[in-house]
Design a protein around this ligand. Structure first.
Ligand code: ADP
Ligand code: MG
Length: 701
């Protein structure tokens, strides 16, 4: 442990936390900041000035020389621009200064961030605004201030602004319903999120030898190793010492930044791992997940690893996701998705449960859009990942609760079952639901787990849609119930829940989501199966989407249009880069290896023949022939891909362009890959200038 510090001493040591504020801020100022955090009220400049002065003092004590507004533009990454605290003192020296204005507002020249047409270049100005509900922290000698980012005209240019808006919308609607149901002391609700992060670690020196990993994050060619994940020997397996050392360091770095890293383990695929944090308020959790990804890469580098966050770095083995655990908690500390001891009798629980079910059914298409990007397309629908179809798993007990609700009968509680494992072992109570690993949206005890988000992207989008969709259903529930007399509210609320459940129960599916039968069954039920980004994205600008997001003031129509464009553009750009990288790798790296091996084979055969004229040289000549044939097919496939990729650049319409990349370029890349991979499997490793799957995935000792 660093400098002999204990974990509690280390935890949050670089965070301007609530505890630090309470200790250092004058009482009235601390209260004012809290009021802003809780109620979203405006922060007066004199309050901001005091906070800034105290923050600076604290930051300087902790070694900071600079500050930066930290934001999340629509690139999906984070952005920062650092200013130092120094200010000339007029006598040739400097003093360290930081004003309230600098704390609350920044003006980055934002013309180079994607805006999807929202910001004309003559309005290059963008604003960042302090988000006091996500704590500031110190990293690399800079004070990081989490901020939201918008254009000169006030349109959101980032992921945080709509997330905060969606949390507010959900809070407003949930409070209205809870008040009706008699929970008069509920003033606001918060969404809570815990996002489990999957990743791969491979040797850095190997990583550097692969252009595809360097430029695109995933391997574009590569024959499978003789061993994959079929032995199921990696999941929860013993951590290798080098990996363990990395994870240890990672935990410490995250803890210092106040990121509550909790669980770490090996995942299903070789070299794949997972980190899960303790859940937090949604916007803080999203910030912390961004930080987690960044710190993972940095710590990996120190340990001579490359951390791969791509959704599908290797073909044929599992990809990586980010399970978004989500719930709603009231300011009085009640988790609204906690079934408690008697879920069948808890009207509030039933109403919120049915609200989530209805929301997911009503806005399946938007949830799919929220996780749509080029990387995730390789994962959704592949056999290890949730399919592109959205459905909900509620588990056995809730299934019975819902059936009872639907039929109007009373729910017979099964009681918790004790498990008899062995007499000497402690008694363990069985969970009320078994795990279902194939469902994209599963109820897991007292929260829902949305498993479709990809490993590399911000979970903001998923939570924006989830919050807004549930807010929308709650607002309908309120409209239906608002005039019901108090003594009838319980019965009427249940009746409404029953009606909604009947309408939306097609989204419930407790079986195996990876089978072909489910795909057919889902089609019969009329569920969406949006398999790719270009298939999904038009739903984001559909009438129902615009109506939803504008009603709850989460996105304006223009903001939706901009996100639609940016996402499709990113999709096309990603595949464009992949195509160019693949062509280069095949043409140069792979071909050089193949030619060298063919030369060696023909040399060997010729030498053998000279010594032994009757030698058949079947191995040498057979392989030579196979490679020669492959090289012919490869040349043709390469030429086609090259020509069609050039053609793609001329397509103007974003959707048409994305479709072209999907239907033509990706297809041709797959054809080329099949030829190359088959040939690669004939070539010994030492001829190839890049490491093979086997070396990358299994060489770590
Ligand atoms: P598993 O998915 O393996 O069942 P856990 O039950 O530990 O694992 O939960 C996984 C994630 O869910 C963790 O990040 C945890 O903090 C988070 N989580 C637990 N309760 C909630 C909640 N009420 N709201 C949001 N996330 C939660
Ligand atoms: Mg999980």
């Amino acid at each position: 442990m660093e400098e002999g510090k204990s974990v509690p001493e280390l935890y949050g040591s670089l965070v301007f936390s609530d505890a630090v504020m309470r200790e250092r801020l004058p009482k009235d100022i601390y209260k004012a900041v809290h009021k802003t955090i809780e109620n979203g009220t405006h922060l007066e400049l004199d309050v901001a000035n005091t906070v800034a002065a105290v923050m600076k003092e604290w930051a300087v004590e902790h070694g900071a020389t600079h500050f930066t507004h930290w934001f999340q533009p629509m690139t999906g990454l984070t952005a920062e621009k650092h200013d130092s605290f120094i200010s000339p003192d007029g006598a040739g020296g400097v003093i360290m200064e930081f004003s309230g204005k600098e704390l609350v507002k920044g003006e980055p020249d934002a013309s180079s961030f994607p805006s999807g047409g929202l910001r004309a270049t003559f309005e290059a100005r963008g604003y960042t605004a302090w988000d006091p509900s996500s704590p500031a922290f110190i990293k690399d000698k800079s004070l990081y201030i989490p901020t939201a980012f918008c254009s000169y005209g006030g349109e959101a240019l980032d992921k945080k602004t709509p997330l905060l808006r969606s949390m507010a919308a959900l809070s407003t609607e949930a409070v209205k319903v809870l008040q009706l149901l008699g929970y008069k002391d509920v003033r606001h609700v918060l969404t809570t999120v815990g996002s489990e992060q999957e990743y791969f670690l491979i040797d850095k020196d190997l990583y550097k030898k692969r252009k595809d990993l360097l430029f695109t994050g995933r391997t574009l060619i590569g024959a499978p190793a003789s061993k994959g994940q079929e032995m199921e020997d990696h999941y929860f397996g013993v951590l290798k010492p080098k990996v363990s050392a990395f994870m240890h360091d990672l935990d410490e770095e995250l803890w210092k930044l106040g990121v509550p890293a909790k669980t770490k383990h090996n995942e299903v695929a070789p070299s794949q791992h997972e980190l899960a944090p303790v859940f937090e308020t949604a916007n803080v959790a999203v910030d912390h997940n961004q930080l987690t990804m960044e710190v993972m890469k940095k710590v990996a580098d120190k340990h001579n690893f490359a951390c791969l966050l791509h959704e599908k770095p290797f073909e044929g083995i599992n990809g990586s996701g980010k399970h978004n655990n989500w719930s709603i908690v009231t300011n009085t500390g009640v988790n609204l998705l906690d079934p408690g001891k008697h879920p069948g009798q808890d009207t509030k629980f039933l109403v919120f449960l049915v609200a989530v079910i209805s929301a997911v059914d009503r806005y399946q298409d938007l949830l799919r859009c929220a996780v749509a990007d080029a990387g995730n397309d390789h994962r959704l629908g592949a056999n290890e990942a949730p399919p592109a179809i959205i459905s909900i798993f509620v588990g056995e007990e809730l299934d019975r609760v819902l059936k009872a609700l639907e039929s109007g009968s009373s729910f017979e509680e099964g009681g918790r079952v004790q498990m008899g494992m062995a007499p000497m072992l402690p008694h363990i109570t069985k969970d009320t639901t078994d795990r279902n690993r194939t469902s994209p949206f599963a109820f897991t005890g007292n929260k829902f787990e949305f498993r479709m988000p990809g490993s590399s992207v911000s979970v903001a989008n998923a939570n924006i849609v989830l919050n807004t969709a549930v807010a929308d259903v709650l607002s309908d529930i309120y409209e239906e119930l608002k005039d019901v007399p108090k003594d009838q509210i319980d019965a009427k609320a249940r009746k409404l829940a029953r009606k909604m459940l009947t309408e939306h129960k097609r989204i419930l599916f407790n079986g195996n989501g990876y089978t072909d039968e489910w795909v057919e069954e889902a089609a019969r039920r009329g569920l969406y199966n949006l398999k790719s980004v270009p298939e999904a994205m038009p739903r984001l600008i559909s009438d129902s989407s615009i109506a939803l997001f504008t009603k709850h003031k989460v996105f304006s129509k223009e903001e939706l249009m901009s996100r639609y464009e940016i996402n499709l553009e990113n999709y096309s750009k990603t595949i464009h880069i992949e195509s160019l990288t693949m062509q280069e790798m095949v043409r140069k790296d792979f071909t050089s290896g193949m030619v060298a091996y063919m030369k060696a084979l023909s040399g060997e055969a010729a030498e053998k023949k000279a010594l032994l004229p009757e030698a058949a040289c079947r191995m040498e000549l057979g392989t030579l022939k196979a490679l020669d044939e492959a090289s012919g097919e490869m040349a043709e496939a390469l030429e086609r891909l090259d020509k069609d990729t050039r053609h793609a650049e001329k397509d103007a319409d974003v959707l048409g362009c994305a479709k072209y990349y999907h239907d033509t370029i990706l297809e041709e890349m797959e054809e080329l890959r099949a030829i190359v991979d088959k040939a690669e499997s004939l070539i010994p490793d030492q001829y190839l200038p890049y490491p093979t799957y086997g070396t990358m995935l299994f060489s770590l000792t």
